[in-house]
Design a protein around this ligand. Structure first.
Ligand SMILES: CC1=C(CCC(=O)O)c2cc3nc(cc4[nH]c(cc5[nH]c(cc1n2)c(C)c5CCC(=O)O)c(CCC(=O)O)c4C)C(CCC(=O)O)=C3C
Ligand SMILES: [Fe+2]
Length: 342
């Protein structure tokens, strides 16, 4: 297979106060998110002047990818388009078509399987291509990278750096708390061809990061940013409830590492740095939030590696990874399908 471009595909976020409500309408169209939850989330964005950090983080990543490709003689143009806010993927795909791109590789800013993390991006690609028409470029999504060293190692380095800021005398009562976006329990059960893939991958990433950063410490995987109506079960425990349980258990210090994410977007700076940090303070816990890959050079080279490996079949160029869960270049049909929400 030959490719003539790469496209960075992300979630998108508002960039001014007027964008917040139309952005949220895009995110929640056809989903079961109660109006009071939406109002609450709109307020989180307004705390940051209506600007989500995510688009600038994508611009920074885009620039880093272009610099890295140029430095390694990889001569492919790199585009960027989002699911929920400008630049919208359909506009990007139209531009790619206009520029003569015939087939591209897509890198999405989510490392895991599952409907929201993987399948929905495949749907975004399909919708953007059909908006452009039959001449739209082909776009093949790159593989999930939850256990790639270029994802695991930056998270591990960030956990080590965070730990180094805590009181060494309290090491024995320090806990690593890994977080990811909660999803409905039914969606978790439907993730991957055999089910449970989102959670299984997160457990594997947590283990790989913990082994590298602090093999002597206990760690947990918990959930954040729950949405949806209260009567629908989502993955638990929530990070705030978990901090309360840890404090009651004699834990004095926590490193919170958002392994579910690739950059410090709003779910990180609000749900962790603001809310979870306040919970920890109330409990008298020492709290430090570990960084995300962002534009870490190892993460950026991983993207180049994922691109170049796809120029050759998997049996000729081994796909580097640290874990043992099943892996593939192209998701099977019918994997991670959306579940009908009550
Ligand atoms: C698994 C997952 C990821 C990780 C994978 C990935 O990164 O793609 C993720 C990322 C993100 N989620 C984000 C924002 C939002 N997610 C929402 C709602 C939802 N997320 C869900 C899941 C996930 N979300 C789900 C099941 C819903 C319910 C509605 C639905 O079924 O789709 C809502 C609606 C309001 C609310 O929170 O209820 C907002 C505003 C932002 C942007 C942050 C910024 O602006 O910086 C990012 C990166
Ligand atoms: Fe979300």
């Amino acid at each position: 297979m030959s490719y003539d471009a790469v496209v960075l595909i992300s979630f998108g976020g508002p960039e001014q106060p007027e964008d917040v409500l139309p952005f949220l309408a895009n995110v929640t169209r056809g989903r079961n998110v109660p109006p009071n939850r939406l109002a609450e989330v709109a307020e989180h964005y307004q705390h940051f002047g209506g600007v989500s950090p995510i688009n600038q983080q994508c611009r920074d990543l885009l620039a880093a990818i272009r610099t890295d490709f140029a430095a390694h003689g990889l001569d492919l143009p790199v585009y960027w388009g989002n699911r929920n806010w400008h630049p919208m993927l359909a506009d990007t795909v139209a531009q790619m078509h206009h520029d003569g791109v015939r087939s591209a590789l897509g890198f999405v800013t989510s490392a895991y399987g599952g409907y929201s993390s993987c399948r929905q991006y495949l749907e975004d690609i399909a919708a953007a291509r059909s908006a452009v028409g039959p001449e739209a470029p082909r776009i093949d999504k790159l593989r999930q990278y939850w256990d790639h060293p270029g994802f695991v190692e930056p998270h591990a380095a960030a956990v080590s750096a965070a730990l180094a800021t805590l009181d060494a005398d309290r090491r024995e009562s320090t806990r690593l708390v890994f977080t990811a976006h909660s999803i409905p329990v039914t969606a978790a059960a439907a993730a991957g061809p055999e089910g449970g893939r989102y959670e299984a991958q997160l457990r594997e990433t947590a283990r790989l990061v913990a082994e590298r950063a602090a093999p002597d410490l206990r760690y947990d995987l918990v959930w954040q940013s729950r949405s949806g109506p209260p009567q629908v079960p989502w993955l638990e425990p929530d990070v705030n409830d978990h901090l309360r349980a840890l404090a009651a258990d004699g834990v004095t210090s926590v490193v919170v590492s958002p392994i579910g994410f690739v950059s410090d977007h709003l779910e990180v700076v609000w749900d962790l740095d603001t809310e979870a940090a306040a919970t920890a303070k109330q409990l008298g816990l020492d709290f430090v939030r570990a960084g995300t890959p962002g534009t870490d050079p190892g993460f950026v080279s991983m993207i180049r590696e994922l691109v170049t490996e796809r120029l050759n079949p998997a049996d000729t160029v081994p796909r580097r990874r640290l874990g043992t869960l099943p892996a593939w270049d192209t998701c099977p049909d019918g994997c991670c399908l959306p579940v009908r929400r009550p």
